[in-house]
Write a protein that binds this ligand. Structure first.
Ligand SMILES: O=C(O)CCC(=O)C(=O)O
Length: 263
């Protein structure tokens, strides 16, 4: 019952602020396994991979052939990479959390996120202010991502920043640039960005955030790679729009307790 009411409070906070930090969401044994596999996967560099040079965000190498050009940003398709990642993204505790939020059965989108994000010292880039909805086309703008910190995350190693309650703010299209980044050069945007906060994450902590929450992330000024695992979910009644990139990959259903052997 206590667990249930604390989940309810977390979901209230997600509704109100657009993000919520849930400390120690990942059990210690799972966290150990995730950290081990994350390093094995990064060393193996098996495709599909997104490189920092591909995106050209601030701080990224200018091309794949430049110094640091092979720096990995995302190891994509995490669930297909290793059962340890798949178990994390379909775990019972996560399914129950998402089902409580959406009030119905839940699916994981494989069209974006579903990845291990690595932020490297020196060549890891900064991600400017944006809403993740730019990645998707769904019937309703109601998707929730979960970001698992596999190690410490803080402002010095490129942690996320969030603008509280920004998921409920309405903006004209010209407040964003062509790539749908929220324009920091506009005075009315700067006032909103000023209210942002960066929750400090401990290993195993989770941040749940809405697809319309404005967020950004800094560069990694530490000496070690930061590893995070990220997945995104939506309710059954909110399917991807047919013919869009969001509908291009089969989704993963988070099955009800008795049928689910993955979590
Ligand atoms: O770690 C980062 O640079 C932020 C990533 C991010 O915001 C995203 O993938 O939507």
């Amino acid at each position: 019952m206590a667990e249930h009411s604390s989940r309810a409070a977390q979901i209230d906070q997600l509704h109100e602020r657009g993000y919520v930090l849930v400390p120690r969401f990942v059990p210690a044994d799972d966290l150990r396994a995730l950290n081990e596999i994350a390093r094995v996967q990064l060393a193996a560099r098996a495709p599909p991979i997104e490189f920092e040079a591909d995106l050209q965000y601030p701080g990224a190498p200018s091309s794949r052939s430049a110094v640091g050009g092979e720096t990995v940003r995302r190891l994509l398709d995490a669930c297909a990479r290793d059962p340890v990642f798949a178990r994390c993204g379909t775990a019972h505790a996560l399914r129950d959390w998402m089902q409580s939020y959406f009030g119905e059965s839940v699916l994981m989108s494989r069209a974006h996120h579903n990845c291990l994000m690595t932020k490297h010292p020196q060549f890891g880039s900064m991600t400017s202010w944006h809403r993740d909805i730019r990645y998707w086309s769904f019937e309703r703008e109601d998707l929730v991502s979960v970001w698992f910190a596999l190690g410490e995350e803080n402002v010095d190693n490129g942690a996320l920043w969030f603008v509280p309650a920004s998921h409920r703010m309405a903006f004209d299209a010209d407040r964003f640039d062509e790539a749908k980044f929220f324009r920091a050069d506009r005075a009315e945007n700067a006032g909103i960005i000023y209210t942002a906060a960066s929750p400090r994450l401990a290993p195993g902590d989770a941040v749940f955030f809405h697809c319309n929450t404005l967020h950004s992330a800094g560069r990694n000024l530490s000496n070690s790679v930061k590893f995070s695992l990220v997945f995104t979910y939506h309710g059954l009644s909110n399917p991807p729009k047919p013919g869009t990139r969001s509908a291009s990959k089969p989704e993963i259903e988070l099955k009800p307790a008795r049928a689910n052997h993955a979590g």
